[in-house]
Ligand binder design. Structure first.
Ligand code: UDX
Length: 435
């Protein structure tokens, strides 16, 4: 079986490499010629654990190839996946579908035989139908079916998530589309992964509803954490006590500085807009968007308050810049709000991130300094803020940290450290939602 994957971004690269690992012949196509050239030389443009090896092995086995020529790349493909970006449109927050539609039309024109065009990008409800109209208009002579196959992988654990998902969702309204997708995902049947076949609109909505629900769960616990601080409760015990109820579940109840990343901020906003346009507003999701945005700004104010009301002339070490660990992705990361605010308030920010510095540098104020290690960032600092819970930060010995710093303020926005141990080391330590 041969397939093509349009878009060598996160989803396209990971899904392409994983399908190849399933034994399918995959061509990953991207218009960015320098990206394709890099991939052909074995250089992976994103940091994702295990991806470099998976790509190398499947390229060597002849199952995975990269192309910048879409027309040649889709020739002979039984299925073509659209994994192009759907950024938030400037101004109105709707998903920008221009890349999806342009790619769909170009694919239709390039196809030489019947194929299934599968949307993997997260797209608003109704996009699948529009894609079908576009391809039918472009190629009335050819039998092109459309399907929706939203992707639920998480950055940092993308390969495991793709290979052992909780479920696969396929929206399709033709037997041929269902049959092609069933064949592609055959290895998952062997591990008894539920594969849910639905209508196209339903599949599209599942993705948004799932992401918005998870984002709501995070926002809920973040606000409960703030309440814990006021009433002297411990948010981790609250989360555990809630999460042990099987109807609630324990995951995604970890408080923090607000969610970021390529999906939650964009998808919550898009769902809120879609729902309003459809005359069925989901006000809880609108609130989640607003509360989460405000939270990131509040985090900077927390730092300033922890430093006695001013950071002017002070050096603040910031550990972790990416929106979560095990990625170099900075999209909607809390650091993009917190660091500029601290710089504006007169602080010298010394930042360290294990993988994200290169991506972060052009996105942060020019005055931001970058350190080579966590201890280097902490050296001589008045305060230390932990923004992303990279594992290497967990291993920092409080006493060494204390000896490196000039001041004694630590603000742990991911609740990585043990409050008692930090206080024993002489820190004025605060975290999220813990007494
Ligand atoms: C998410 C979804 O999990 C995935 O299914 C979808 O396909 C894409 O979006 P991702 O953005 O890679 O994946 O990361 P995820 O681990 O879900 O974290 C998202 C954000 O929520 C991060 O900023 C993270 O720090 C935050 N988060 C997550 C919390 O603050 N608390 C939690 O308990 C979980």
């Amino acid at each position: 079986m041969r397939i093509a994957m349009i878009g060598a971004g996160y989803v396209g690269l990971v899904s392409g490499a994983c399908f190849a690992e399933f034994g399918v012949e995959v061509t990953v196509i991207d218009t960015d010629t320098s990206k394709v050239a890099a991939l052909r030389e074995g250089r992976i443009p994103i940091y994702e654990p295990g991806l470099d090896r998976l790509v190398a092995e499947n390229v060597a086995a002849g199952r995975l190839a990269f192309a910048d020529d879409l027309d040649a790349g889709v020739r002979g493909a039984e299925a073509v996946f659209l994994a192009v970006g759907t950024p938030s449109r400037r101004g109105d927050g709707h998903a920008d579908l221009s890349f999806v539609f342009a790619a769909a039309e170009q694919v239709a024109r390039a196809l030489t035989g019947p194929a299934v065009l599968v949307t993997k990008s997260t797209v608003p409800v109704g996009t699948g139908r529009q894609v079908r109209e576009i391809v039918r208009a472009a190629r009335p002579d050819l039998d092109i079916e459309v399907a929706s196959n939203p992707e639920f992988l998480r950055e940092g654990s993308a390969i495991g998530d793709f290979m052992r998902p909780d479920r696969v969702v396929v929206g399709a309204d033709s037997e041929r589309a269902r049959e092609v997708l069933r064949r592609l995902y055959r290895p998952l049947y062997l591990i008894e992964t539920p594969i849910l076949f639905t209508a196209i609109e339903t599949a599209e909505l599942i993705k948004y509803a799932a992401n918005a629900f998870l984002a709501t769960k995070i926002t809920f616990i973040n606000e409960v954490a703030d309440l814990c601080e006021k009433v002297g409760a411990d948010v981790h015990d609250v989360a555990r006590g809630m999460g042990l109820d099987g109807r609630i579940g324990r995951k995604f109840l970890h408080p923090g500085p607000g969610f970021g990343g390529s999906c939650f901020p964009k998808d919550t906003l898009a769902l809120a807009r879609t729902a309003r346009d459809a005359g069925a507003p989901i006000s809880i999701v609108e609130t989640v968007v607003a509360v989460n945005d405000a939270r990131k700004a509040q985090m900077a104010e927390r730092v300033i308050a922890a430093c006695g009301g001013s950071v002017s002339g002070k050096t603040v070490a910031v550990l972790g810049l990416t929106f979560k660990p095990e990625t170099d992705d900075m999209r909607d990361a809390p650091a993009l709000v917190v660091v500029p605010r601290l710089v504006e308030a007169g602080a010298t920010v010394r930042a360290y991130d294990p993988e994200g510095a290169a991506v972060a540098r052009p996105l942060l104020p020019a005055a931001t300094r970058f350190a080579e290690s966590a201890l280097d960032a902490a050296a001589g600092a008045d305060a230390l803020v932990l923004l992303t819970e990279w594992n290497e930060f967990r291993a920092l010995a409080p006493a060494r940290l204390r000896a490196a710093m000039r001041g004694d303020v630590v603000l742990d926005l991911r609740n990585v450290y043990d409050p008692a141990a930090m206080r024993a080391a002489g820190f004025r330590y605060s975290s999220i939602g813990r007494p």
